[in-house]
Design a protein around this ligand. Structure first.
Ligand code: NDP
Length: 495
């Protein structure tokens, strides 16, 4: 398979017959079709997973609904927090195994899998665990008239909505999965997670760890399969909320299907074509280091990463030259190799899509660096910088979700704001400048869910994250998630 050794526990896990985690049990219906899990570093199959049958979808949702009214409803908020913290401890303790598993399925470099995917999942889980005892309502004093001395009081309760369908993409399957699982569990909901068919394994292992942590059976279920399984989940009458992360076209279909099914509430974290603006006073070396770190992390397959770079004309020559040089020095290699700085793309479909962008760039643009596949097994491409042919260049407007940044020089800051906002998306943006007062004046004009200054792509559990415009509906983490996973019940009392 590869000369980089997998841990025995990972080898043993991969060799299992895989399916789903339903009502506290690993379950496989060997009669349903199986799909292959392919290591993007080698293009070799490492495991196979059976697609869920309609009966398995039914039993996962039924198990989650039973646990919602039963064991999880009877678990005190404090104990819920303790159990989520125990799961965090177990993920940390099994971190090397989980990181290898995710790397071999997703092509994420092992350092990123250990240091970000797994380590940050633990941080997020512990953050959410802290909310368990802090979900509260409000009290009100109604102004109703009193004719015979009667009085009124009112309060609100935040009640869990019920079974949540969590649908996650392949780029950060563990971390994005944990955002949805932890949000659901800490608010008192139960969850059925549908991972991407490209990264179906790590959340299965984490579901086993949840049982080991003491989280009751049925609270956290995993169903594997293609998009149609997600569709069945969304349409199930016992599913009360859909938490989706993925592309804009699928997100639109998911939002419509949820609404049409049962007016099911849906939060949608979708794609972006994120702008980063480098103002005339920006420090070029800092900017180059920042672009390498944030636009090319995980081969650019990060929804929040910058893809459009607006660079003040006075900086363009120096910045593109230094950026091309820095990217040329990244060590490309097998994602399991700790020396690797730039691994493969996640799957063959995405690889072909990125090669298509390269062909278009070579045909119509000046390619500063990269723009080719790397001649080796697996789905490797070069980190790429392209000059835009004006503000309407399609490469400045279509999400590539890959290691391609497109650079456009600007002269005037009002023009810059118009260009930054000239996108159907509004996920993230960044300003690179030491002039804080200028940054503070620009921030309110930028249409994005998150605006960073002198940084990009970094997420923290205390800071809400989500998209504006076509980049989505709703916010994850911070305290904002509570609203999406709970129903607000008003209570009025006459006494
Ligand atoms: P997709 O939208 O293709 O898929 C996302 C998930 O939805 C997968 O589990 C997929 O299953 C499932 N799915 C596909 N069709 C349906 C359907 N009809 N009903 C229900 N579920 C369905 O996205 P990718 O996995 O390709 O991920 C890349 C995209 O995700 C990029 O556009 C990126 O910008 C976005 N993204 C957004 C983030 C954010 O927070 N805003 C974060 C990360 C990624 P399967 O894979 O098996 O088809």
């Amino acid at each position: 398979m590869t000369d980089i050794q997998l841990l025995p526990a990972v080898q043993a896990f991969l060799a299992r017959e895989h399916g789903h985690f339903i009502d506290g049990q690993y379950q496989v219906d060997s009669l349903t079709p199986a799909f292959a899990v392919v290591d993007p570093s080698t293009a070799l199959t490492v495991a196979s997973v059976h697609e869920a049958s309609a009966a398995e979808v039914e039993s996962a949702v039924a198990g989650a609904a039973k646990a919602f009214k039963g064991s999880w409803a009877q678990t005190l908020p404090y104990v819920k927090g303790v159990l989520l913290n125990k799961l965090a401890d177990l993920i940390e303790a099994n971190g090397d195994e989980l990181a290898q598993l995710e790397t071999v399925c997703s092509g994420k470099s092992i350092n990123l899998a250990r240091g970000l995917e797994i380590a940050q999942s633990v941080v997020f889980l512990r953050y959410f665990a802290g909310w368990a005892t802090k979900i509260t309502g409000e009290t009100m004093t109604p102004s109703l008239p009193s004719f015979a001395g009667e009085q009124y009081t009112a309060f609100t309760r935040r009640e869990p909505v019920g079974v949540v369908a969590g649908i996650v993409p392949w780029n950060f399957s563990v971390m994005i999965g944990i955002w949805k699982i932890a949000s659901a569990l800490v608010t008192g909901c139960t969850v059925v997670i549908k991972p991407s068919e490209f990264t179906p394994l790590t959340l299965l292992r984490i579901a086993e760890l949840a049982i080991e942590a003491g989280i009751p059976a049925g609270v956290f279920n995993v169903l594997n399969g293609r998009g149609s399984i997600g569709q069945q989940l969304i349409e199930h009458p016992l599913v009360r909320k859909v938490a989706f992360t993925g592309s804009v076209p699928t997100g639109l279909a998911v939002g419509r299907a949820a609404m049409a099914a049962n007016l099911t509430r849906a939060t949608l974290e979708l794609g972006g074509k994120n702008a980063a603006a480098f103002l005339a006073d920006a420090n070029v070396d800092g900017a180059v280091a920042g672009i390498v770190q944030t636009a090319f992390v995980h081969q650019g397959q990060v929804c929040a990463a910058p893809e459009r770079l607006y660079v003040h004309r006075s900086l363009v020559a120096e910045l593109t030259e230094k950026l091309g040089k820095a990217l040329g020095q990244l060590r490309i290699g097998n994602a399991l190799d700790a020396e690797t700085q730039f691994g493969p793309l996640a799957n063959s479909v995405h690889f072909e899509k990125i090669l298509g962008f390269f062909r278009r760039a070579h045909a119509s643009n000046h390619v500063v660096c990269g723009g080719r596949a790397v001649e080796r097994a697996g789905y490797f491409v070069e980190p790429t910088v392209v000059m835009a042919n004006g503000a309407d260049d399609p490469l400045l407007h279509e999400e590539t979700f890959g290691p391609i940044v497109c650079v456009l020089p600007f002269d005037d800051e009002q023009q810059l704001v118009e260009w930054m906002n000239d996108s159907p998306y509004g996920l993230t943006a960044s300003l690179w400048t030491n002039d804080l007062s200028k940054a503070l004046r620009l921030i309110p004009q930028i249409e994005a869910g998150t605006v960073w200054v002198n940084m990009h792509t970094f997420l923290d559990p205390s800071v809400p994250f989500g998209g504006s415009k076509a980049s989505g509906v709703g916010r994850e983490f911070g305290s904002a998630f509570i609203e999406d996973y709970t129903e607000l019940k008003s209570v009025m009392i006459r006494y």
